[in-house]
Ligand binder design. Structure first.
Ligand code: NAG
Ligand code: NAG
Ligand code: NAG
Length: 776
């Protein structure tokens, strides 16, 4: 079927409208799903049925394995090869549970299955796995073998109830961590999803849970849980939870607001003796603030916690907390990344408790006497001194436990490093869901490379450059990597610094993605330098992984801060002489019709300029764009070609002061008089004459070219643009006015001519037999 002229017009519309200057958050490099696969940058595992319905991922660097929890199944992949022999274990709900779940009105496909949500190491040979079990949570021990073995086996005799260890719900946010043989979970532990708690179980001690009489947690969405030691005294070890809550409006007004919190409990909490029996006695929480000052002193707050990544330094014990927040207000939608120091979190927990005299009263700092041991403190040498016999939370006075119950919230919020986000992203086409960070040493400093998982199956690789003083950080989006073929939210992300890989999970499956692939940036020093990727440097011959502290230092060229190739690449390789001397490719256009000169720089961040050298003229002039000549993101479009347009066109890019010629095209204009000899065939009467008199076989070729130019992924957008392009403008429209979705008859639209193709097509067309023509 021949594509309609309408469709092509619309594609043209897209071309026209995507012109314009690139914003600061345009990625320097965009790599498609195909690009990533064909360059071995990524490898995908979707399981034997094409989708895992993934709910849990555990990266086991000790065993070199990646464990996955899906729907009614578990998987094990080896990290040392590209998924050569995945292992699968099927794990459906217990007999009868699926039916019971359906009977209670739950969805058979999306709810009444065993969605595996917990995968944690149990001991050296076993993993603990828990699943929703069709709204009847279950846990089991999975034999995974010793290091070096590759086995995956579920012993049905180990299956036991998983209530409190795994939510009933397959999708509601949930966090868990495994410490000292016990599983800590933040979840709603009942069928209806109302009983929110922090729960500890699985060890020899009795299980411990949040006190549900007190409203310690308000409709929490748990995002992360992790053990973080205070200091070298293990007695002080705590488990931290990061979550959002929905709380009554703080100013006493109607409605609710979302706030984000960090909460913690002591690992050696054993609950109280008379009060808080088998309940947490050391739970405290504090607000996490992430906001930017707005005009007039009003702050824009990012309330909703999306994900947390703990960046553990090589030396030293406490991590930096990278937190991804979102805000959704009627006027504004955006994302922010705030970084918190543990020292600041500790200071808040050591500060005043929040206190309210009554439900209608304002919150203030508690100013009375705080009992000893201080509520929230773990029993340790400090509390067990002679005369202060508090060796366990069970020894804590009732007064302390009562105080802890009544004052779980700290008065001060935790403020981020430098008091503001390291990165703010607004007006994004995508939502951000996941964050992972790698600290990378580069020639001119240390950079935190941030990987962000979007809701459209892609990963953004970003750095935030802190310019000195109080100025805003500069965001550099290094790459946008379309990891999954179809748009799907990224739900898991684990980084392996050892392997220099990012493991990216979505409901569909997982992808192994290399953190860097320096050669992708190009084969010239300037391209490598402009990339500003802390992982990559020019080594004198190519763009390769930068290894700090190795020899040949002087020949390494890298400039993350400024990306200035003029300084870095002086005398590096032959590309300098070549620039400006790119051979001119001949292209052909027909007089009075439209023509398109393609130029797609590798970097969407580069500013594109076109120069024209007319035969006989002195030097090249910059092409003046107007109604007739349009500069689009993909190239230069002539709506109506004139004889005077002939000449040599150079497409140059300017990026960080570095100018480069991308293509040179020698445009030859075929005059109206020359045409009949070139294109002798006439359109059949029933064909709308939209192809400007070209043979009917041509449109298909054109169409293919245009699609390649634009990308199939954008097809759905096309109609939208179409309306605007066809209906806008005065006087000279693009050949026709819109009437019932087709160009008006008689008014032919000359179409997009990919000039350089025309001549070779015409050649081929003349040599073809009629049968071949029919076949197209
Ligand atoms: C990608 O990896 C495969 C297998 O490891 C190899 O055969 C292929 O040559 C690699 N391709 C590239 C572009 O490196
Ligand atoms: C791990 O735990 C399982 C179940 O408790 C036990 O059978 C196994 O022997 C343990 N393995 C090791 C290495 O301790
Ligand atoms: C080759 C080509 O498209 N020629 C067309 C150029 O435009 C004029 C007028 O619009 C047509 O008559 C030609 O057929």
């Amino acid at each position: 079927m021949a594509p309609s002229a309408w469709a092509v017009c619309c594609l043209l519309g897209r071309l026209l409208l995507c012109g314009g200057s690139p914003g600061p958050s345009t990625p320097r490099l965009r790599l498609s799903y195909r690009d990533l696969l064909s360059a071995n940058r990524s490898a995908i595992f979707l399981g034997p049925r094409g989708s895992l319905d993934l709910r849990a991922m555990y990266l086991d660097e000790y065993r070199d394995r990646l464990f996955l929890g899906g729907r009614d199944a578990l998987y094990s992949l080896r990290l040392d090869q590209t998924w050569p022999d995945p292992r699968e274990v099927l794990w459906p709900p217990q007999p009868g549970q699926r039916e019971e779940c359906v009977g209670k009105g739950r969805d058979p496909l999306t709810e009444c299955a065993n969605f595996v949500r917990v995968l944690k190491p149990h001991n050296r040979t076993h993993l603990l796995a828990c699943g929703t079990g069709a709204f009847h949570p279950i846990c089991a021990l999975i034999t995974v073998g010793h290091r070096g073995e590759h086995m995956l086996h579920l012993d049905p005799s180990t299956v036991q109830g998983g209530r409190g260890r795994c939510p009933h719900e397959p999708s509601w946010p949930f966090a868990s961590t495994f410490v000292g043989g016990e599983l800590y979970t933040g979840l709603t532990a009942d069928f209806l999803g109302r009983e929110a708690m922090i729960f500890r179980s699985g060890g020899s001690r009795p299980a411990l849970r949040s006190d549900s009489d007190q409203s310690l947690l308000h409709d929490p969405r748990f995002v992360a849980a992790a053990p973080i030691p205070d200091n070298s005294d293990q007695d002080n070890d705590k488990v931290y939870f990061f979550f959002s809550e929905t709380v009554p409006s703080p100013d006493g007004g109607p409605g609710h607001v979302i706030v984000s919190c960090v909460g913690r409990v002591c690992v050696n909490d054993a609950g109280g003796q008379r009060v808080l029996v088998n309940k947490w006695s050391t739970f405290l929480k504090a607000r996490l603030v992430c906001s930017v000052p707005g005009p007039g002193g009003a702050e824009t707050h990012f309330h909703q916690l999306e994900d947390v990544f703990l960046l553990w330094p090589k030396a030293g014990k406490s991590p930096e907390v990278y937190a991804l927040f979102s805000t959704v207000s009627a006027v504004f939608q955006g994302f922010a990344i705030c970084v918190y120091h543990m020292a600041d979190i500790w200071e808040v927990f050591n500060g005043p408790f929040a206190h309210q005299d009554g439900p209608q009263h304002q919150w203030g700092p508690y100013q009375g006497k705080v009992p000893f041991p201080r509520p929230g403190a773990c029993p340790s040498k400090m509390t067990a001194q002679p005369g202060r016999p508090f060796g366990s939370t069970k020894d804590y006075p009732d007064e302390v436990l009562q105080f802890a119950r009544a004052h779980p919230l700290m008065f001060q919020p935790v403020r981020p490093r430098q008091g503001r986000p390291v990165l703010v992203k607004t007006h994004l086409a995508q939502q951000l869901h996941q964050i992972a960070v790698d600290r990378v040493e580069a020639e001119d400093g240390t950079y935190d490379v941030i990987f962000l998982g979007t809701d459209s199956g892609s990963v953004l690789k970003v750095i935030a450059l802190q310019a000195g003083g109080s100025s805003e950080p500069e965001e550099v989006v290094l790459e946008e990597l379309q990891v999954f073929k179809v748009p799907t939210p990224i739900t898991e992300m684990e980084i392996s610094v050892k392997r220099q890989m990012l493991y990216v999970g979505s409901r569909l499956g997982v992808a192994r993605l290399r953190l860097h692939q320096c050669e992708t940036y190009g084969s010239a020093c300037a391209e490598c330098c402009l990339a500003r990727d802390p992982y990559c440097a020019w080594d004198g011959a190519s763009c390769t992984r930068y290894q700090p502290g190795t020899g040949k230092r002087r020949s390494r060229r890298q400039d993350i801060r400024h990306g200035n190739p003029a300084l870095q690449c002086l005398g590096q390789g032959p590309e300098e002489e070549a620039a400006g001397q790119v051979a001119a490719t001949p292209v052909y256009g027909t007089e009075h019709n439209s023509t398109f000169l393609e130029c797609q720089p590798k970097s969407p961040q580069a500013a594109v300029r076109w120069f024209l050298q007319r035969p006989g003229d002195q030097g090249p002039d910059q092409v003046k764009t107007d109604e007739r000549i349009l500069q689009t993101e993909q190239g230069l479009l002539f709506r109506r070609l004139s004889r005077l347009d002939a000449g040599t066109y150079s497409c140059t890019t300017l990026e960080h002061g570095f100018s480069q010629t991308v293509v040179r095209l020698a445009l030859e204009v075929i005059t109206a008089a020359q045409l009949p000899s070139l294109f002798p065939r006439e359109p059949r009467p029933e064909e709308p004459p939209v192809w400007g008199g070209l043979a009917p076989a041509l449109p298909k070729a054109w169409y293919k070219d245009i699609l390649q130019l634009i990308g199939f992924a954008n097809l759905p957008l096309v109609d939208e643009y179409c309306e605007r392009v066809w209906c806008r403008g005065s006087g000279e429209r693009l050949g026709a006015s819109r009437s019932r979705g087709k160009p008006a008859k008689g008014k032919s639209w000359a179409g997009l001519e990919l000039g350089k193709k025309v001549k070779s097509w015409a050649q081929a067309e003349r040599n073809r037999t009629p049968r071949e023509v029919e076949a197209t």
